[in-house]
Design a protein around this ligand. Structure first.
Ligand SMILES: Cc1cc2nc3c(=O)[nH]c(=O)nc-3n(C[C@H](O)[C@H](O)[C@H](O)COP(=O)(O)OP(=O)(O)OC[C@H]3O[C@@H](n4cnc5c(N)ncnc54)[C@H](O)[C@@H]3O)c2cc1C
Length: 392
């Protein structure tokens, strides 16, 4: 019987060490300034590109490192644990998640054309699924791609399109058949495209938001976007199913990002609790300060373990839907609780930008909403793990 082994391989330990060193070479003030001025962290992204980290999941045959979800998760964790928050991890995340359906389902020519440019960092991705009139019910998206000879012509609207102001390319889900074309199968008839972000045909309108001001999220309006037929990822009409394969890794990535952010906030809080003296004692001597931090540590450890278990299952080619969803759920809670305890530990200074935890607290809140809400995770677990009747 195979032994249960929680140890990281030598290569994984090396990745952690190297990524941590690079990420920590960007001080907290760098992130504060990006947030304050809402400027994209290009220096950070380029540094990761130059060091070869952006091609982590791209197979070696296409110029990447050919590593797994586990290694990519370790990288994203270290970026977040270094204090970069979503401002630092989201741009790198976009090199790990949207290319995945292309790697798994893309035609050879599509892979050869685009993956080396993803691996080198030349391509900047955005990802367009969510729509204002569909919300979480993806089967109701209205963006439509009409076949016209050897190309598709796309019209529609997407919301919360991250990176659209920077993107050179977009992974786009559109209907190619109406929802009722296959009775009882509302998720058929959608097609996935990997295509150039043609600014003559796509208008971008930024959404002002709670956190991560430096990395834009947008509403985009698509008006007659022409996409060559060879830019279809996988099969026409099967796009939603192709995407599904990549959603579990995305849950793992976002989960472990939340853990990393929680750890960055916790480290700051512990330092502060040791140093801040009130009533002639360091505040960390009070259990009302120490216990929430200790509990946060325990919850982060447990959430990380679930993330790594889900990543390991995925890399072994085993089903990991339940574990990936549970990992995202637990990590979003643990990350937020850690940031909240860290903010409280700082008292009034927790509210001040120069102590950095308020930014982490704002940013980590995202993970309870996106890429899938906590409620929808619980819906999934209720139905698919517990076997309870679908509630909606
Ligand atoms: C900063 C940010 C970046 C994002 N980036 C991207 C991106 O790059 N690309 C992209 O495609 N999307 C992106 N998203 C969108 C994100 O994935 C969605 O916001 C998220 O999936 C929730 O969908 P919604 O906002 O439409 O909420 P809705 O579907 O409108 O739901 C609203 C609320 O109702 C709850 N709810 C709905 N139905 C049920 C039910 N049956 N049972 C219980 N509760 C229910 C939801 O959980 C939620 O709390 C981003 C979002 C944010 C905030």
């Amino acid at each position: 019987m195979a032994a249960m082994d929680f140890a990281l391989t030598e290569q994984q330990q090396w990745i952690r060490k190297e990524v941590a060193a690079l990420a920590r070479s960007f001080p907290p003030e760098y992130w504060l300034e990006r947030d304050r001025t809402a400027t994209y962290p290009w220096e950070f992204v380029r540094a990761f590109g130059q060091a070869g980290w952006l091609g982590m999941i791209v197979p070696e045959a296409y110029g990447g490192s050919g590593l797994g979800v586990t290694e990519a998760a370790l990288m994203l964790h270290e970026i977040c644990a270094a204090g970069a928050g979503t401002t630092g991890c989201s741009p790198v995340h976009f090199y790990c998640f949207p290319p995945m359906p292309v790697i798994k389902h893309g035609a050879e020519a599509l892979k050869q054309k685009y993956l080396p440019r993803v691996a080198s960092g030349e391509i900047v991705m955005s990802f367009g699924v969510t729509e204002p009139n569909a919300g979480t019910d993806t089967s109701r998206i209205q963006t439509f791609a009409r076949r016209d000879g050897d190309r598709f012509v796309v019209n529609g609207r997407k919301v919360w399109n991250t990176n659209a102001r920077q993107a050179t390319h977009i992974l786009l889900l559109a209907r190619t058949e109406p929802r009722d074309a296959h009775p009882g199968k509302p998720f058929r008839g959608m097609t996935l495209f990997f295509t150039e972000f043609d600014r003559a045909r796509i208008t971008v309108q930024e959404i002002e938001k709670l956190g991560r001001a430096a990395v834009d999220s947008n509403e985009i309006f698509i008006d007659g976007l022409e996409v060559p037929a060879e830019n279809v990822v996988g099969e026409v009409g099967q796009g939603f199913y192709h995407l599904l394969d990549s959603l579990n890794p995305e849950r793992v990535f976002t989960g472990i990002e939340a853990v990393g952010i929680g750890r960055a906030a916790l480290a700051r809080a512990v330092d502060y609790a040791r140093e801040r003296v009130v009533f002639d004692r360091p505040i960390g001597k009070n259990q009302a300060i120490a216990h929430p931090l200790a509990a946060a540590w325990a919850r982060l450890e447990a959430a990380e373990m679930m993330c790594l278990k889900a990543a390991w299952l995925f890399d072994q080619g085993q089903p990991c839907g339940a574990e990936s969803n549970a990992a995202k759920f637990l990590a979003a809670e643990a990350g937020f609780e850690a940031c909240d305890a860290a903010l409280q530990t700082h008292g009034g200074y927790g509210y001040a930008k120069e102590f950095h935890v308020e930014r982490l607290w704002r940013e980590v809140r995202l993970y309870k909403i996106a890429p899938v809400s906590q409620q929808m995770v619980l819906n999934h677990l209720s139905e698919h793990v517990l076997g309870l009747p679908r509630s909606y």
